[in-house]
Design a protein around this ligand. Structure first.
Ligand code: URA
Length: 277
């Protein structure tokens, strides 16, 4: 990197440089690295136009090349994740296996592994999307602004992650345990390789009910997106009753949607009540 960076030919003073950095971070460019290493020498070689003797229609039917040498085969990574998850016979063993698994590039750029928070004996499990900046710092899911709103929402129906009593407790996990840079949405391959661990996590925690918090968990568990249509409608996920809900980050941006979230919380509270009688 240039030791004396200039902006449009002008060397900025410290205050301007800081403002420019903050502006870039707000745009989401808060990582100086990519998800995966990039070999720019190879990229230049690949940029040479490839001439194929085949007509375009035939080229389109040729199957994609298998993973290049040194590149991981995505289905082999999912199989490895399946085997590791299946072998874990406790949540501690699962956490160790998942943290040690190197088949997800995000691990290289994340600060901390975010496995779970709350009481694993809770009757209610919340499945979120992925750690953000604060979660990545603390190594716990939902501890940033969205997490604070989540605590207030569930607190309003008498549930908390600190509760010892399983009936009043929450257990919180995410589809991804490593933060995607710049808080981008998880990629399809990152979700596929994480799902064996998520399924086993839910099997071991054995909650009575699940909240699918936002689009990514609905995509991962139900194969459907469109949370504003799905929310509030009970369904089945991981062999258990599940309720899709709008993500608290969405509620922070759209406060009027809190009314529907409140209706969903009441529906959850009623379902928990019927389970306890
Ligand atoms: N959003 C999520 O879905 N999970 C977190 O842990 C934080 C924000």
């Amino acid at each position: 990197m240039d030791a004396n960076p200039t902006y449009q030919g002008i060397e900025p003073d410290a205050e301007t440089a800081l403002a420019l950095l903050e502006w870039q971070a707000e745009l989401g460019a808060d990582e100086a690295i990519l998800d995966a290493p990039l070999d720019r020498f190879e990229l230049a070689a690949r940029a040479q136009p490839a001439t194929s003797p085949l007509p375009l229609q035939v080229q389109a039917q040729v199957p994609a090349a298998p993973a290049a040498e040194g590149e991981a085969d995505p289905s082999a990574l999912v199989a490895e994740a399946e085997a590791l998850a299946a072998a874990a016979d406790s949540l501690d063993a699962l956490a160790a296996a998942q943290e040690g698994f190197d088949g997800i590039e995000l691990k290289k750029g994340a600060r901390n592994f975010c496995f779970a928070d709350g009481n694993p004996k809770a009757r209610l499990l919340i499945l979120g999307e992925a750690p953000g900046d604060e979660e990545d710092r603390q190594g716990r899911p939902f501890v940033g602004r969205a997490g604070q709103l989540l605590d207030r929402m569930f607190g309003a129906i008498g549930l908390s992650r600190g509760a010892v009593d399983a009936e009043k407790a929450l257990y919180i996990i995410n589809v991804l345990t490593w933060r995607p840079p710049g808080n981008r949405d998880p990629a399809a391959d990152e979700i596929s390789v994480s799902m064996p661990f998520v399924r086993r996590h839910i099997e071991l925690a054995a909650p009575d009910l699940i909240v699918l918090m936002g689009n990514i968990p609905c995509q991962a568990a139900l194969g459907r997106r469109g949370i504003l249509r799905l929310r509030g409608q009970w369904t089945q996920a991981f062999g258990r009753p599940a309720l899709p809900m709008a993500h608290p980050a969405y509620l922070l941006r759209n406060p009027p949607a809190k009314r529907e979230a409140w209706a969903d919380l009441l529906s959850l509270a009623a379902r928990l009540e019927t389970l306890s009688v």
